[in-house]
Design a protein around this ligand. Structure first.
Ligand SMILES: O=C1O[C@H](COP(=O)(O)O)[C@@H](O)[C@H](O)[C@H]1O
Length: 241
């Protein structure tokens, strides 16, 4: 596990943008899965504003780690946020954007997306392999849309599953642990004081970190990088960073 801590969320986002641009320019990232929620907005804005000419945008294929089961223009849609902050401003061909259809029947969509991943991605260890999976972590330790109350979904033999938000019951379609942990690189981008407790448990291995879905992220033979801001890292022992 590699740990990178930056003063604030802007610096953390810039660091990930820079590393992504290096990997893309050297040709080691083509297929990448994006996270949703609010944290990646700043990453996408940074990429759209400062990396127009510094990434081979037309060579990248975009996927998602999870999607809320809402229409693609809904305020809650991970695709909508990404389109507004990343795809609209940049020259990305529509055929390279492989969204999870939040408006479809969740069970059929989980199956369709799993089939698409099998078709699109190279295989390694008998599973499709992403070059890069970008993940966020919720305050409750969820990642993608595998929540603590449905942690068994992490071990699903299927590549994608239907999940339910613990408070709202909103359905989600999510990647499961097998395909996430098969990625060549997994990068967590986590910022803000609200995440510090879970970061201390999972990254600092204080307590029951391994019980959270985010604590189950452990690439089989790839790299795992946690990119934090100081607020999220505040519960980690100083010698770690
Ligand atoms: O619901 C979700 O939450 C996580 C974390 O989101 P954040 O807003 O706390 O950054 C996110 O990674 C996931 O993609 C999203 O659907």
């Amino acid at each position: 596990m590699e740990l990178q801590v930056y003063p604030g969320k802007q610096e953390a986002a810039e660091a990930l943008a820079e590393q992504l641009s290096e990997w893309a320019r050297e040709g080691s990232v083509e297929h990448l899965a994006l996270s949703g929620g609010s944290t990646p907005e700043i990453l996408f804005d940074t990429l759209a504003e400062d990396y127009w000419f510094r990434l081979p945008w037309k060579e990248l294929q975009f996927y998602w780690g999870d999607e809320r089961c809402v229409p693609p223009d809904d305020p809650q849609s991970n695709f909508r946020m990404t389109r507004e902050h990343l795809f609209d401003p940049l020259p990305i061909p529509d055929k390279h954007i492989h969204r999870i259809r939040g408006e479809a029947n969740p069970e059929s969509e989980a199956q369709r997306y799993a089939d698409l991943l099998k078709k699109q991605l190279p295989a390694e260890n008998g599973l499709p392999r992403f070059d890069l999976v970008i993940l966020g972590m919720g305050d409750d330790g969820h990642t993608a849309s595998v929540f603590p109350h449905e942690a068994h979904l992490w071990d699903s033999p299927e590549l994608c599953a239907v999940a339910n938000h613990p408070d709202t019951g909103q359905q989600r379609v999510t990647l499961t642990g097998g395909i996430i942990n098969n990625a060549a690189r997994i990068v967590f981008l986590v910022t803000g004081a609200a995440k510090a407790g879970r970061v201390a448990e999972i990254v600092g291995q204080q307590g029951a970190g391994g019980n959270y879905p985010a604590g189950r992220v452990a690439p089989r033979d790839g790299r795992l990088i946690w990119i934090l801001d100081e607020a999220a890292a505040a519960g980690l022992p100083p010698e770690m960073w």
